[in-house]
Ligand binder design. Structure first.
Ligand code: ZN
Length: 155
């Protein structure tokens, strides 16, 4: 399911963002998208990376562009899919436009780890999970964990 755009950055959106930061830190994630906490909204957050001088960030109504570079496989996990990991191929570089916590537009580009996280979190807004992007072999490798999750979800 595709998440819905956020028409205005209200105090309830800011409350949701605070809760998301708490949860992301409890789970030690690199990022977290609103659909992962049951809110079908176009919003995700990413954790700070002090070693690379990258601050924590909020992306509201993000749009990706300039997806470029080689498709590089990288071992990804997801807070929504514990026990499941797989090599996901994504372009190395990407640009992103979004609104920040104050509702101001900003533009960023990356050809490093943030490019990977932005694409992963953006997928959540489009209703895509890493199992949808895995190679058939990795999907097979994870089939027990996937079955268990499906059973828990009552599928
Ligand atoms: Zn995820």
């Amino acid at each position: 399911m595709k998440a819905k755009a956020i028409p205005k950055v209200t105090s309830s959106i800011r409350d949701l963002i605070n809760e998301m930061f708490e949860l992301m830190r409890e789970e030690e994630g690199a990022g977290l998208a609103a659909p992962q906490v049951g809110e079908s909204l176009r919003l995700f957050i990413t954790e700070a990376r002090p070693d690379e001088e990258i601050p924590e960030r909020v992306f509201i109504n993000p749009v990706l562009s300039k997806l470029d570079g080689d498709l590089i496989p990288y071992d990804e996990g997801c807070l929504s899919l514990p026990e499941i990991r797989g090599l996901i191929r994504r372009p190395t570089s990407v640009a992103i436009d979004a609104l920040d916590l104050q509702g101001n537009a900003f533009h960023l580009e990356s050809d490093a780890f943030p490019a990977r996280v932005w694409q992963h979190e953006f997928d959540h807004l489009e209703g895509l999970l890493i199992i949808d992007r895995m190679t058939p072999i990795d999907r097979l490798r994870n089939r027990k964990a996937v079955k268990l999750l499906e059973r828990e979800a009552g599928l």
